[in-house]
Design a binder for this molecule. Structure first.
Ligand code: DHB
Ligand code: FE
Length: 292
């Protein structure tokens, strides 16, 4: 049986990817940010998963206003890093897991979540920056990401976007799907995006350290209550792009303490927690949880 053993949560600020690609990680501005991921890179090596189920959002790269799936699962054999205007990031291509992805699609759709099946898709900073943060700098000519990745894209760009509660329920369905896969696989689920940031309009640059940290506390200890956070709270308190945080609730809902929509098992172990301001215009949050 496949099993989800851990969840990873991290912001996916594109400037972080650019800092790595352009050799700026040792600069004073970036040093404290990357120091927050030293533990995580070692943890990845010590706890190498067989597959990463990576929840992220596409930023009008593979999708656009022409086509906006709410939940889209990548079932392809590989995914190319996207050109977001400055050429593709110099990182390895992403190898998928078509068999597990198709199984999850089958199971989750039968559990009444309508997923879009994506057999061809380029992946943008939402997916590649978390991989870079957790795996470090890799040479696309000779290195590979440590394991296959199933991209799972959520619409948090164009309203209406899914509620935190629905994301949380979807996480539970994903865990059931993974646990009904025959092969013994160690699966990690990642939630990315956030934390507080607003990229445009009168409140551009908004950061709300207190709200971010209170939300993190609640997501860890009272995930059911956290999943009830209404959209307007994210937007008002964490800025227009703070809404990306609903994606973290998919990963949180897939942890083993959640049974039938309630906290019933032992709380996950917080292996690492990090918060840093600023990276570009964004507050960066990061968490590693292991099932107890
Ligand atoms: C930026 C873009 C993002 O998608 C994000 O999650 C954070 C920051 C940016 O353009 O700075
Ligand atoms: Fe984003």
């Amino acid at each position: 049986m496949a099993k989800i053993t851990a969840s990873v949560f991290t912001s996916h600020v594109p400037a972080i990817g650019a800092a790595m690609d352009l050799g700026k990680t040792k600069e004073d501005y970036w040093k404290p940010l990357f120091a927050g991921y030293d533990y995580s890179k070692q943890w990845m090596k010590d706890n190498k998963p067989d597959v990463i189920f990576l929840v992220y959002n596409d930023h009008a790269t593979a999708f656009s206003l022409e086509m906006i799936p709410t939940f889209a699962i990548g079932t392809a054999a590989e995914f190319t890093p996207a050109d977001e205007g400055w050429g593709p990031r110099p990182v390895p291509k992403v190898i998928g897991h078509p068999d597990l992805a198709s199984h999850i699609a089958q199971s989750v759709i039968q559990q009444d979540f309508d997923l879009t099946i994506v057999n061809k898709m380029d992946v943008d900073h939402g997916l590649t920056v978390p991989l870079s943060l957790m795996c470090g700098e890799l040479d696309p000519k000779k290195d590979a990401w440590p394991c296959p990745v199933i991209p799972f894209a959520v619409n948090v760009v164009q309203y209406p976007v899914p509620s935190g509660k629905r994301c949380f329920m979807l996480g539970q369905a994903i865990r059931k799907a993974v646990e009904s896969y025959d092969e013994d696989l160690n699966v990690h689920i990642w939630g990315t995006g956030g934390m507080s940031h607003q990229l445009q309009g009168a409140r551009a640059g908004l950061i709300n350290r207190e709200w971010d940290n209170a939300w993190l506390d609640k997501m860890i200890a009272d995930p059911v209550g956290c999943a009830d956070t209404p959209h307007i709270d994210y937007v008002r308190e964490a800025g227009s792009e703070g809404i990306e945080l609903v994606m973290w609730l998919i990963a949180r809902g897939a942890m083993s303490d959640i049974v039938d929509g309630k906290v019933q098992g032992p709380a996950p172990i917080v292996k690492h927690r990090f918060y840093h301001v600023p990276a570009s215009n964004t507050a960066v949050g990061h968490l590693i949880l292991e099932n107890a």
